[in-house]
Design a protein. Sequence first.
Lengths: 112, 114
Amino acid sequence: GEDVEQSLFLSVREGDSSVINCTYTDSSSTYLYWYKQEPGAGLQLLTYIFSNMDMKQDQRLTVLLNKKDKHLSLRIADTQTGDSAIYFCAEKITDSWGKLQFGAGTQVVVTP
Amino acid sequence: DAEITQSPRHKITETGRQVTLACHQTWNHNNMFWYRQDLGHGLRLIHYSYGVHDTNKGEVSDGYSVSRSNTEDLPLTLESAASSQTSVYFCASSESSQLGGEQYFGPGTRLTVT
């Protein structure tokens, strides 16, 4: 199957910005997602971007999409301890009725 | 409020036993999915369903089966549990759409096979 790749770990100081990167393989993918998983919980949708957009901003979150390089990033401004979690990027699989391909997840640790 | 639930939340079983994990959603979604989560592998799709009586294999379906007799439930059965199936299992559901497909996840079931 297609591989979605992410770095596995990111450490950031409280108050700094975090940037989580992801590369995907399906250039026809219409939607790309960022999910957040807190310890012992399921995944929750954080934000998404449609493929005809380059950028989406939602409060402290900024998503950048570079379709040419198939690169997706999530920037969290003013990172807080509550942002410590695993972040997954996912792409909608073309011509499917809702299947997503997930990356392995990036563990973000926020230090005081 | 609509939700998706899984039971049990934790299960310990022995090698060779049959185990069934339950998933129930009240979103009235057509699509339901089962994933396993293992360190370093992220989420891997086991089985999925696009509607009642529809089931499909995912990338890691060997040793697992599902059936969909109604919209709300998609139970996952391990026919003969193996230690390699020790994992955290997540169920998800979504609307059926060619355009989007946000998936809503359950809280997970931690399964240990001894």
